[in-house]
Design a protein around this ligand. Structure first.
Ligand code: DX5
Ligand code: ZN
Length: 217
């Protein structure tokens, strides 16, 4: 059964407490939280203080996706704010191995995110150190974009790499996930589906989360 992680980027920030409660009561497994710095990506969202406030109401794990340069400067801050899984971009990590070790030493699961143009085989020598690999299926920065088809090949390739080296990382897909492509993504090998617009743009977000969860059953 897949893990469903609604992206709070598409939530109504004015009613954040209610949106969190909706996720708490839904079939969703995690909260996906998109942190953007206006430098690594052309958008700015929220940071530690907002995440810490959300943590007081949330009853499911926080999957924090850092779209920031020099992420290592803030690992401790995100640990204190309540991140359970902390993911850095491959493209923003000069010392990826060190970053993963520090994230784990702070008691969090460590994730690595690949942009659409970054090949999965670049992770060959580090896969067994990673708890979660997130494949971007849109260019990071905004919700509501169209799924990039090439991602399906990357999922299959990554799954094969994982089998070959006996690693245990979860495979997460982020961007353009819909009720129409969810089944196909799971068949390719995805373990975690992030969904922003599909959930929060729906007339009934709770029902949509239930549908995503049912697709993976
Ligand atoms: C994009 C973010 C995604 C985004 C997904 O940079 O990483 O998590 O919220 O949104 P949808 O599901 O609308 O493509
Ligand atoms: Zn994300």
């Amino acid at each position: 059964m897949a893990i469903i992680a609604p992206s709070m980027l598409s939530a109504d920030f004015l009613r954040l407490g209610e949106e969190i409660e909706m996720i708490n009561k839904s079939d969703a497994d995690w909260f996906h939280l998109d942190v953007m710095d206006g430098r690594f990506v052309p958008n700015i969202t929220f940071g530690m203080p907002v995440i810490a406030a959300m943590k007081r109401a949330a009853r499911k794990p926080f999957d924090v996706h850092l779209m920031i340069l020099e992420p290592e400067k803030y690992f401790e801050g995100f640990a204190k704010a309540g991140a359970d899984i902390l993911s850095v971009h491959y493209e923003a990590s000069t010392h990826l191995h060190r970053n993963l070790q520090v994230i784990k030493s702070l008691g969090m699961k460590a994730g690595v995110v690949l942009n659409p143009h970054t090949p999965v085989n670049l992770l060959a020598d580090i896969l067994s150190d990673i708890d979660l690999v997130c494949l971007m299926s849109v260019n990071p920065g905004f919700g509501g974009q169209k799924f990039i088809d090439q991602t399906t090949h990357k999922i299959k390739q990554l799954k094969q790499m994982r089998n070959e080296c006996g690693a245990h990382c979860l495979i997460e897909i982020d961007g353009g996930v819909t009720l129409d492509n969810a089944k196909m993504l799971l068949k390719c090998g995805a373990d975690v589906l992030v969904a922003g617009n599909t959930v929060f743009g729906a007339v009934d977000p709770t029902a949509t989360i239930a549908q995503l969860k049912a697709i993976s059953a």
